[in-house]
Write a protein that binds this ligand. Sequence first.
Ligand code: PLP
Length: 267
Amino acid sequence: MTIPTVVLAIGGFDGSGGAGNLADVRAIQLSGGYPCAIVTALTAQNTLRVDRIERVSTELIRRQFRCLVDDFQIGAIKIGLLPSVACVETLIECLESEKLNCPIVLDPVMRATSGDALADVEAIEVLLQGLVPLTTLITPNIAEASKLTNRSIDHLADAIASGNQLLRMGCQNVLVKGGHFERDKGTDIWCYQEGYEVFEPRERQEGTVRGTGCMFASAIACHLGQGKSVRDAITVSKALVSHVISEGQSFGQGTPVTTLGIKDQSF
Ligand code: PLP
């Protein structure tokens, strides 16, 4: 086997396996990459609620980063939950010190599907000023794009305006995910310097599966690391997420989780 692209997923640990690093790992493997991870926060949560979050120290974040970049050639980075200003600042410092020269996809996680807050609001400003300019692509859902750009997003035109505003803050591409649109549910808008493109879902899907945002961004990062264009990386990753939603299973008591890619036979 040829050596797979190493994809570094930076984010929170959700022990229920629905979201965070564990979901990232699944998406990266399903996309043909080798996953490695930096944990920014440990959470106690299940499919119903987030019970507690403990931030990992900035020193340990720095050391996790150093260990991995000293050893592996990182082919792509996916960034998820950054719970605090200190965490965002530390990551910016790490990325600026190393110049890894690989695509960086930022999923600006703020809240869980359950409604529980995951990150401090103060972290948003630092993220916009320092981290967004370092990214290849940022993948907010409409609630996150709305928070980041301080405008309400009800229609596709609002999402385009919000995406363009984020581009002016220095990232190369923005994908505003429309999974929560009332009318255009599942329609995503990709904004780039020269224009925008609309990605329609193959079918309008009902319901929610945990971790779809994490998996979407991780799959895109992996495909970019493998050399695909942004357009192609979004297209294949959107197909993966659509499978995740259609195969979602409720074996907890709350929001369904994905079982895509689980083999039902032993070696
Ligand atoms: N927990 C962690 C650690 C996460 O990173 C995220 C999302 O990125 C969530 C929970 C929320 O996931 P969901 O909205 O799918 O419940």
